[in-house]
Write a protein that binds this ligand. Structure first.
Ligand code: WT7
Length: 658
């Protein structure tokens, strides 16, 4: 799909100015924001250098702001040294040591409160334990934990000793975990016996055992947190209990000084083809982005209780759970489980209980909660909320208005934040005290972010409503540095299209007459299921790994709650299954779920004799997408080997249906 082909049909004219009640207490007033914008526009690198000097505590100050000699592998503040965990924890001990850093609630209802001092001690203990296990700066540590405080403690402990963490979402299967461990060459896995989710225990340790079976030769130890108290098997010499190794360590740990460019973490994300990419982030530039945006966009102040509902397995849980809010000295809420356990009021009850002031979630969650009706949130006191945020996919105006009215009581600004795993921090978003919001638009780029929309030739599109490629024209500190182990792919994926001049986000977008950005969707074939990027390739490979499947093609289909659902076309070995295929369809759906995790499970499976391909052998995904959505077919199908296949794919032909 070319961005030029996309007609933008959405015309949303409503606009919401910041409420006076919000403005009165905001950290940044409109005049401050104007100054930031002007300063950034006048001197891009000078602006970022000032922010880096004033916002971060350096062990060795930098003298070079931006090294472009290896562009587009940019290097920010390259001769400076610091420690990320010191900047998130130690800096608050004197002034806010007894203030709460984390308010935790487990799915079964257990609660814990950690002050900054307690969190600091816990991080130091684990950091010392990691050192005692021989983990050095630069070593990779895979973290596969439920949403418990130890997930943040583990990330911060890695940062403290300069180890590179790679968090793998607890919903991913053993196979996905194995691929990520192997790609990263990790020495240690930090996991738990299990975690609570949806009323069940997710057996994380068992998945680790399966992942390591006959694979992952670089792993020396598995550190196991006792959480759900489910039975696990511990392999002598390899597996260690967290409480046995960590609790006896000293609560003081000297931070390792690392170069600004030292990798802080890898986070694997899906592209349209090939295996997941290990997005590599830096230490200083990343932290600067996470901290500044926590202050600018979420207006986080010491009195705030911030709840970002994202799991630490996604980038949102890195920047707006584990790093940004702590660097900003706020209090954060962590919740382990599902939004509907024990009932559909759980999220709002958590907001009431902990006095949440700033709430950040995904459109898919908002839609799901909206479906349950207005009566449920109405039962809870949400009056402490002062700001709401969304991220992950475009939010439909209906859900936006519901969020504004029912959750925000019409007084909370909504920040619709556009960014990506690769950008590290929020890029395009309202600054809530100064930018009027429009439902469905992420509004304007933040100071220091040069976002634009360009046509195929790289020229800025001239007419307001015209769609094009969303690009970033100047480097920014929190940008990804490379793809772990595959710099060629980094160059090809993000830079080649416009000859290394612009970072290509992979989204199409347009701007309205006020210059507001409206994201229209991904340009490639990546699906967005419940806000999570899934590559078609991985799901197709999983299907093809089934002994009866010869070929598979996967597309996204719009879904009320999930945003998109997985729709798979499957070609079997031998004859096409006909008649009652339900049992086989279930088998395939569960198969994918076992291989990749429940999130990738197809909602629909349709069988065909073959797949429509172009002359060059590329699967015609646009055609498959149109068929999955029941849309009229507009593309040229005259080149198809077997035009009758279209009826079969549509399911008009008997027996093709799932
Ligand atoms: C893709 C990045 C960044 C944290 C979560 C997702 C889509 C993200 C928005 C938004 C419209 C959005 C884009 C982007 N996206 N935020 N506010 N409005 N679309 O991270 O998995 O790296 O996905 O999510 O398509 O490219 P991610």
């Amino acid at each position: 799909m070319q961005p030029g082909d996309i007609e933008s049909v959405l015309r949303e004219n409503r606009s919401f100015a910041p409420a006076a009640s919000f403005l009165a207490g905001a950290r940044l007033q409109p005049a401050d924001i104007e100054k930031l914008r002007q300063r950034a526009a006048a001197d891009h690198t000078g602006f970022w250098a000032e922010q880096a000097r004033t916002q971060l505590q350096w062990h060795k100050p930098f003298t070079v702001i931006l090294d472009e000699s290896t562009a587009p592998n940019y290097r920010w503040f390259p001769d400076g040294q610091l420690n990320v965990s010191l900047n998130c924890l130690d800096v608050h001990l004197a002034s806010r040591g007894d203030a709460p850093a984390i308010l935790f609630e487990g799915e079964p209802g257990d609660r814990r409160r950690l002050t900054y001092r307690e969190l600091h001690a816990a991080v130091c203990r684990l950091a010392n334990a990691l050192r005692s296990l021989g983990i050095n700066a630069g070593d990779r540590v895979v973290i596969y934990l439920p949403m418990v405080p130890e997930a943040v403690i583990a990330m911060q402990a890695c940062a403290r000793i300069g180890a590179v963490h790679s968090v793998v979402f607890g919903g991913f299967s053993a196979g996905s975990l194995r691929d990520r461990i192997e790609d990263a060459g990790a020495r240690l896995v930090i996991t738990a016996d299990g975690g609570h989710r949806g009323g069940h225990v997710i057996e994380l340790k068992a998945a680790v055992d399966k992942a390591l079976e006959g694979a992952c030769a670089t792993i020396e130890n598995v550190l196991v947190l006792q959480r759900a108290k489910n039975a696990v098997s511990m392999r002598a010499g390899r597996d260690l209990w967290w409480h046995e190794v960590v609790d006896r360590q000293s609560a003081l740990c000297d931070p390792a000084w690392v170069d600004a460019e030292h990798p802080l973490f890898l986070l694997y994300t899906s592209g349209s083809t090939g295996k997941p990419k290990g997005i590599q982030h830096s230490s200083a530039g990343y932290l600067l982005g996470a901290k500044l945006t926590s202050q600018w966009v979420f207006d986080l102040q010491p009195s705030d209780v911030f709840w970002c509902t994202a799991d630490v397995g996604w980038v949102t849980g890195h920047s707006y759970v584990a790093y940004g809010p702590l660097a900003a000295g706020a209090t954060l809420v962590m919740y382990e489980g599902a939004p509907t356990i024990p009932d559909a009021g759980r999220f709002w009850r958590i907001c009431e209980t902990h006095g949440v002031t700033v709430f950040y979630t995904a459109p898919t969650a908002i839609r799901a909660l909206m479906k349950l009706g207005d009566e449920i949130p109405a039962r809870y006191d949400l009056s402490k909320l002062r700001l709401l945020g969304t991220v992950g996919e475009p939010i439909n105006p209906e859900a936006w208005i519901w969020y504004h009215r029912v959750i925000g009581g019409e007084r909370c600004p909504i920040v619709d934040t556009w960014w990506q795993t690769e950008t590290g921090a929020i890029m395009i978003s309202p600054l809530p005290s100064a930018v009027a919001t429009k439902p469905g638009s992420c509004t304007l780029p933040l100071p220091g972010i040069d976002a634009a929309i360009v046509d195929d030739a790289g020229n800025a599109v001239s007419s307001p409503e015209a769609g094009g490629y969303l690009v970033i024209r100047k480097p920014w500190p929190s940008m990804l540095r490379t793809i772990w182990g595959d710099n060629e792919r980094y160059l090809a994926t993000y830079w080649e299209k416009f000859q290394n001049r612009y970072y290509v986000a992979g989204d199409s977008a347009h701007r309205d007459a006020d210059g507001y950005f409206w994201i229209m969707g991904r340009i490639d074939d990546v699906l967005k299921v419940s806000g999570h990027r899934l590559g078609t390739m991985e799901i197709e490979s999983a299907l093809v790994a089934h002994p009866r499947v010869a070929e598979a093609a996967v597309v996204g289909k719009p879904h009320d709650i999930k945003g998109e659902s997985v729709f798979a076309y499957v070609v079997c070995r031998g004859a096409r299954p006909t008649g009652d295929t339900r049992a086989f369809v279930d088998e395939l759906r569960n198969w994918v779920s076992e291989q990749l995790g429940a999130i990738a499970k197809p909602d629909d499976i349709r069988f065909a004799d073959n797949l429509p391909k172009t002359r060059s052998g590329k699967i015609m995904r646009r055609l498959l997408r149109a068929i999955a959505r029941g849309e009229p077919i507009t593309q040229d199908i005259s080149t198809l080997e077997n035009p009758a296949i279209v009826d079969q794919l549509r399911g008009v032909d008997a027996g093709a249906h799932s």
